[in-house]
Design a protein around this ligand. Structure first.
Ligand SMILES: [Cu+2]
Length: 121
């Protein structure tokens, strides 16, 4: 019985380590049509996709659609671009940014709890 409890404990710890430190989520390439990169992001307990690979120096169109009523996600903030917008439920809000340098650009909820990022290359 003790052995079983210990094994479960180890499985749990491994899962926690994997989930919080090792798992980076899916990374998705933005689609690119006539010089504008575009990606649809679902907001529901987080951002899907949460990691978006984009081209440096090209306009990125982010279409956020919030599929929940939780107050946590009602604002979207892109601190690096000085953008902050309200996300009404079940409506698509489009934000456009142009990452000028290679690097990572975060987007977060109004409380800085939900996180996603653009990875500009
Ligand atoms: Cu929040």
């Amino acid at each position: 019985m003790n052995l079983l409890v210990n094994s479960l404990g180890i499985v749990f710890i491994v899962w926690v380590v994997w989930y919080f430190w090792l798992w980076k989520g899916e990374s998705v390439q933005a689609t690119n049509q006539s010089g504008v990169q575009e990606i649809d992001i679902t907001v529901q307990g987080g951002y899907r996709p949460a990691e978006i690979v984009v081209q440096v120096g090209q306009r990125v169109r982010l279409n956020f659609t919030r599929r929940e009523s939780s107050a946590c996600s009602e604002e979207i903030v892109l601190p690096d671009f000085g953008l902050r917008s309200h996300l009404p439920q079940n409506q698509t809000v489009t934000l456009e940014v142009t990452p000028g340098q290679p690097g990572e650009y975060e987007f977060v909820c109004g409380m800085n709890m939900l996180k996603g990022k653009l990875i500009a290359r």
